[in-house]
Design a binder for this molecule. Structure first.
Ligand code: FAD
Length: 418
C-alpha cells in the first residue's frame, strides 16, 4: 500500500515511526482519552471575537451549521474553575524572596498605594508574557467565554475552498524568516537551517493532524431523511490527501511531520513533568480531582520513560536570543492568524492547538539561555524558568491529545487499507 513509505526514521530525531506508533497507541492515547474528558480539561475559555488583522475581506465565513460552536453556560462550569483559585504548588512565593535580585523585585511593599500595586502587577504580567510564544490576552478579555470541548468536537465542518487555503498560506508564510523559499518539502529540507525546518515541520504536523481528524470524522450522508448526521472515516478522502501518487509524494512526508510535532510536544511534557506533577488540577470536585492527579502521574511516568526523546539542545545553537526572538515573533503571528479562520469550530480548536504548541515552545526554551543553560543551586530562576496558566495547561494537554489521536487514526486508516 502507499503507506509502505511511512516507516523508519523520522529525520531530525532519533526515533522511528514504529516506535512511536506502539508507544502512543498503547501507552499514551488510552490514558489521554480518559483524562481529557475530565472537567478540568474539557472547559476552555477563549475570546473568539477578535478581529482578523491579516485579511480585510471577511467573505470567507463558513455558512455550514457544522462550523458553529455552542458556548457553555456559566452555571455548568465547576465553581473551582470559575473562581480562578490558585491551587497550584508551582506558584513562586514572592514574599519569601531572599538574595535573588529578580525575586526581590517580586516583593510588593505593603505600604504602597493600590494604584502602584496595580501598576506593578501590570508590569509584572507584561514581564512574564515576554516568555510566551503565543498571545494569551484571550482569556482575560470580557469577550472570552467557556466552551465545552467534548460538545464541540473537531471533525469535518465543511470549511473548504479558497478561504481555508488562504489561512493556511498565511500560516506557512510565517516560515519565511529572512528569506522566502517555495513551499516544496525538498527545498525546505535542503535549504533551511535546523530551526526553520523545525518551525515548518511543526506547522505542517499541525496541518496534518487537523486534516487526518477531518477525514477520520467525515460527514456520512444520512441513509433516509429520518436519520440524523453521523461521522466516520472516509478512506477515499484520506487517500486523496495523503497518498503519494495523488499528491506528488508529499503525503507520507506530511504524515511524518505529524509524528515530528508529536515528538516535540512529548519532549516538552517530559521537561515540564516535575511542574505538571505538582499541579492540583483543582475543580472543587475532590474525587474527580484525585482521579485526574492519578492519571496525570501515570501518563507522565510513561512520558518521562520514553527512550527516544527529541533533543531540543540542538536548536538555537548560534545566536540563541536572536533566533529565539525570531521564532517567537512568527509563532505569535500564527496565534493572531487564528482570528482569521472563518469557521468557528475550526477557530476554537486552532486557537487551542496553537496555544498548546506555543506552551510547549515556552517550556523548552524559557530562560535566557534556554536548553543550553547549566542549572546551579544559586540560579533560582533556572530551577523554575516558567509559570503556566490553567489555559496553557489545558491547551498543552488537549493539543497533545489531538496529535496523539491523529496518530491513532493514521494507524486505523493503515489497517483499513491493508
Ligand atoms: P488544505 O488542507 O486546505 O491545504 C492547502 C494547501 O496546503 C494545499 O495546497 C496542500 O498541498 C498544502 N498542504 C496540505 N497539507 C499539508 C501539510 N500537512 N503540510 C504542508 N502542506 C500541506 N476543516 C474541517 O472540516 N474541520 C476542522 O476542524 C478544520 N479546522 C481547521 C483549522 C484551521 C486553523 C484551518 C486553517 C483550517 C481548518 N479546516 C478544518 C480546513 C481544512 O484544514 C482544509 O483546509 C480543508 O479540508 C480543505 O482541504 P484541501 O484538501 O483543499 O487542502
Amino acid at each position: 500500500s502507499c503507506f509502505c513509505q511511512l516507516k523508519g526514521d523520522l529525520d531530525d530525531c532519533s526515533c522511528s515511526v514504529e516506535n512511536l506508533d506502539s508507544f502512543n497507541n498503547f501507552k499514551i492515547n488510552p490514558r489521554l482519552s480518559v483524562l481529557l474528558e475530565k472537567d478540568y480539561f474539557r472547559y476552555f475559555k477563549v475570546n473568539m471575537f477578535k478581529d482578523c488583522i491579516f485579511i480585510k475581506d471577511a467573505s470567507g465565513k463558513c455558512g455550514s451549521s457544522g462550523c458553529a460552536v455552542k458556548e457553555c453556560p456559566e452555571k455548568k462550569i465547576p465553581e473551582g474553575l470559575k473562581k480562578n483559585h490558585s491551587h497550584s504548588k508551582n506558584k513562586v512565593p514572592t514574599e519569601k524572596c531572599d538574595d535573588n535580585e529578580d525575586n526581590e523585585l517580586g516583593v510588593i511593599d505593603p505600604h504602597i498605594s493600590d494604584e502602584s500595586k496595580e501598576a506593578f502587577e501590570t508590569w509584572k504580567k507584561y514581564d512574564d508574557a515576554q516568555d510566551n510564544f503565543c498571545l494569551l490576552d484571550d482569556v482575560e478579555s470580557p469577550d472570552a467565554v467557556y466552551y465545552d470541548l467534548i460538545l464541540n468536537p473537531e471533525r469535518f465542518t465543511g470549511y473548504v475552498g479558497q478561504s481555508a487555503v488562504n489561512v493556511w498560506k498565511l500560516i506557512y508564510e510565517q516560515n519565511c524568516f529572512n528569506q522566502c523559499f517555495n513551499n516544496s518539502y525538498f527545498a525546505l529540507l535542503t535549504n533551511l537551517c535546523l530551526e526553520k525546518r523545525v518551525f515548518y515541520r511543526m506547522i505542517s504536523g499541525f496541518h496534518t493532524s487537523i486534516n487526518v481528524d477531518v477525514t477520520a470524522n467525515w460527514l456520512i450522508p444520512p441513509k433516509t431523511p429520518m436519520d440524523g448526521p453521523t461521522w466516520g472515516p472516509n478512506l477515499e478522502e484520506f487517500r486523496r490527501r495523503f497518498d503519494p501518487d495523488q499528491t506528488w509524494g508529499e503525503g507520507p512526508k506530511r504524515l511524518k511531520n505529524l509524528y515530528f510535532t508529536y515528538l516535540v510536544e512529548l519532549r516538552a511534557l517530559a521537561k515540564a513533568a516535575p511542574y505538571l506533577e505538582k499541579e492540583e488540577y483543582y475543580t472543587g470536585n475532590e474525587k474527580e480531582d484525585e482521579e485526574v492527579r492519578q492519571i496525570v502521574k501515570e501518563l507522565l511516568h510513561e512520558v518521562k520513560n520514553f527512550p527516544h526523546h527529541f533533543d531540543e539542545t540542538k536548536l538555537f545553537q548560534g545566536d540563541f536570543q536572536k533566533l529565539k526572538e525570531d521564532f517567537k515573533v512568527h509563532f505569535r503571528n500564527i496565534s493572531r492568524i487564528m482570528d482569521c479562520v472563518g469557521c468557528d469550530k475550526c477557530r476554537l480548536w486552532g486557537k487551542l492547538q496553537i496555544t498548546g504548541m506555543g506552551t510547549a515552545m515556552k517550556i523548552l526554551f524559557s530562560g535566557d539561555k534556554g536548553p543550553h543553560s547549566t542549572v546551579t543551586q544559586e540560579d533560582k530562576r533556572a530551577h523554575n524558568p516558567f509559570q503556566l496558566t490553567r489555559g496553557e495547561i489545558v491547551s498543552l494537554y488537549n493539543g497533545f491529545g489531538r496529535l496523539s489521536k491523529s496518530i491513532h487514526e493514521v494507524d486505523h486508516f493503515r489497517r483499513m487499507l491493508s
